[in-house]
Design a protein around this ligand. Sequence first.
Ligand SMILES: CC(C)(COP(=O)(O)OP(=O)(O)OC[C@H]1O[C@@H](n2cnc3c(N)ncnc32)[C@H](O)[C@@H]1OP(=O)(O)O)[C@@H](O)C(=O)NCCC(=O)NCCS
Length: 192
Amino acid sequence: MNSITSEDKLRVRELRWEDMEDCVENYYSYYDELRDNEDLGLLLSAEKPSLATEVRWFAELYSAVLEQRALACVAVAGRKVVGMCEVRRRDTRPALFHTAILGIAIRRDFRGRGAGEMMLRWSLAKCAGRFETVYLTVFSTNTVAKRLYEKVGFRVCGIRPKAIKRGSRYFDEVEMAIELRSAKEQQREMNA
Ligand SMILES: CC(C)(COP(=O)(O)OP(=O)(O)OC[C@H]1O[C@@H](n2cnc3c(N)ncnc32)[C@H](O)[C@@H]1OP(=O)(O)O)[C@@H](O)C(=O)NCCC(=O)NCCS
């Protein structure tokens, strides 16, 4: 395991196969965080998934990246992965082929240092020409995330009232979308 300090400079790069161990460790850390941060804006299962489940999840994500059904990047501090952003094609049905869904999370100690913005900009740049609209959902209380999404160009397109219930607390779920230039538009600009 690589040791990290919060002083390590953060950078963003494409997801690699060898990132699995760090990604799983990060994902498990959100379960620990939820115990003392009930505002954490991630939807987690009741129990930490088994390592076998996580290995399958990672392999599926990595296959999706190789097959261009998804793209994924990581934020790295030193040599350690501390966050990930993934964008997956929503559906293979032709009418939905142009849309994708984005998810992002960074380990608690590494938030607020620009990694979120870097990963979002990296991902949206790669999405252009591949997906036309990217959607995400965010807890209405997650003001840091909402502000960041707006900063990079997402706009609110819907609200599902009380869609999330954590214990006895309800959260509205906000849906946001960003429209990117289509592949045809990009091609036209390149040929101009
Ligand atoms: C949401 C999240 C991905 C944002 O990533 P991040 O690396 O913390 O964000 P950045 O450092 O790029 O900062 C983005 C903006 O939010 C602000 N910000 C970050 N942390 C903040 C905090 N604790 N309080 C107030 N503002 C904050 C930054 O100042 C920046 O705005 P600015 O550039 O206008 O000043 C990250 O906080 C996270 O993983 N949170 C937990 C999981 C989660 O909520 N995921 C999103 C699910 S929809």
